[in-house]
Design a protein around this ligand. Structure first.
Ligand SMILES: *Cc1c(COP(=O)(O)O)cnc(C)c1O
Length: 358
């Protein structure tokens, strides 16, 4: 290895699904897209094919755009749904509120986010109703959009029934419905339904479909199910620096993932690894989970002694995401052996911490 080679992490980690590399299907498509010349700015065959595959997958004629990441997808999509004097209702733990550095407000020129609480990271229709009805005077930013995250920031998913109730509330109050689907594939794998059942059929107007966490290197897709909302959206992406000049390198990995079915296999695998981890942790004496595992993450409370013991053993994890505690996240490439190794280290840290407290 030359000195220019950065040292790889000694092992796969559970800090984020963004720690993972690209899956072989995405990588291969990228390599194929690298053969020769192709038209720029999205006028190439790969981008057309990726868009068609998404339309086939969702069984609907929708407008498709590819941008570099989820923050851009969410904030530009939201900006296209409202004016600056509007407001967007979302969960208090929503990524658009907690992890996008104000980008949704910035790109919409000041649209305010109205936060609602809700168990396990989900927005409840009643909370939306209360928020809409609280004020209707000219001094308050008019609620215009409801944004939900599927799977949620706490690794749970919205059921079909819950989505129907959300749709009914949104329709009654003339709210557009935005779905942050950074982990949409994980939610689908968990619910085992067709993509249309939890998107346009339940009133979702715009879906931000995450490719990065699913096994791509970079890039998320934006799907406008109400096509008129996408009018002039291309200008928005260009102005925001999100129109890739060599677009085929964003879109080709989507072709690789969608054509091979890897997108759903990857998500189902990550979910299964999180289920395995959760199963191990459930055996610890007095363990407390923060949310119910339904997708590819486990949220759990660890005593400080356990957290530092794990850090010393080289395990990386976040403690500031969601509702606090420790977030353990599985990826498309997480192996059973790695889950078991982490669980074994947690178990021994857990037992010594319990002994220390006696
Ligand atoms: C990761 C993630 C995003 C996108 O984040 P980027 O870092 O901008 O790609 C959006 N929403 C949720 C819920 C996420 O977890």
């Amino acid at each position: 290895m030359s000195s220019a080679d950065p040292a790889p992490l000694a092992r796969r980690q559970f800090a984020s699904d963004n720690y993972s590399g690209m899956c072989p299907e995405a990588w291969e498509a990228l390599q194929q897209a690298n053969c020769g010349h192709a038209p720029a700015y999205g006028n190439d065959a790969w981008t057309a094919r990726a868009s068609d595959l998404l339309r086939e997958l969702f069984e609907v004629d929708c407008e498709v755009f590819f941008v570099f990441n989820g923050t851009a997808a969410n904030s530009l999509a939201l900006a296209s749904l409202c004016h600056s004097y509007h407001s967007i209702i979302c969960h208090e733990l929503a990524h658009i509120e907690t992890d996008e550095c104000g980008a949704p407000e910035f790109f919409s020129n000041g649209t305010k986010l109205l936060l609602v609480p809700g168990a396990e990271g989900r927005v409840e229709p009643e909370a939306v109703e209360r928020t809409v009805k609280k004020r209707n005077d000219i001094h308050f930013p008019k609620p215009r959009v409801l944004s939900i995250t599927q799977a949620t920031e706490l690794g749970t998913v919205y059921s079909l029934d819950h989505l129907h109730a959300i749709q009914e509330t949104a329709r009654r109050h003339h709210l557009a419905l935005h779905m942050d689907g950074a982990r949409f594939a994980n939610a689908l794998a968990s619910l085992n339904v067709a993509p249309k059942e939890i998107t346009w059929k339940v009133g979702v107007d715009v879906l931000c479909f995450g490719g990065t966490k699913n096994g791509m290197g970079v890039g998320d897709a934006i799907l406008f199910f109400r096509k008129e909302l996408a009018e002039e959206f291309g200008y928005r992406t260009k102005q925001a620096g999100q129109l890739a000049s060599k677009m085929r390198f964003l879109s080709a990995p989507w072709v690789g993932l969608l054509q091979s079915g890897a997108w759903l296999r990857n998500a189902a695998h990550a979910n299964a690894m999180a289920a395995r981890l959760q199963g191990h942790l459930a055996q610890l004496d007095g363990v407390e989970f923060i949310s119910t595992r339904q997708a590819n993450s486990v949220f759990v409370r660890f005593p400080e002694a356990v957290r530092s013991a794990l850090s010393e053993l080289g395990w990386k994890f976040y403690t500031f995401i969601g509702a606090g505690g420790v977030r353990l996240m599985c990826s498309w490439d997480t192996t059973e052996a790695e889950v078991d190794a982490l669980a074994a280290d947690i178990r021994s840290a857990w037992t010594s911490s319990a002994r220390g407290m006696e």
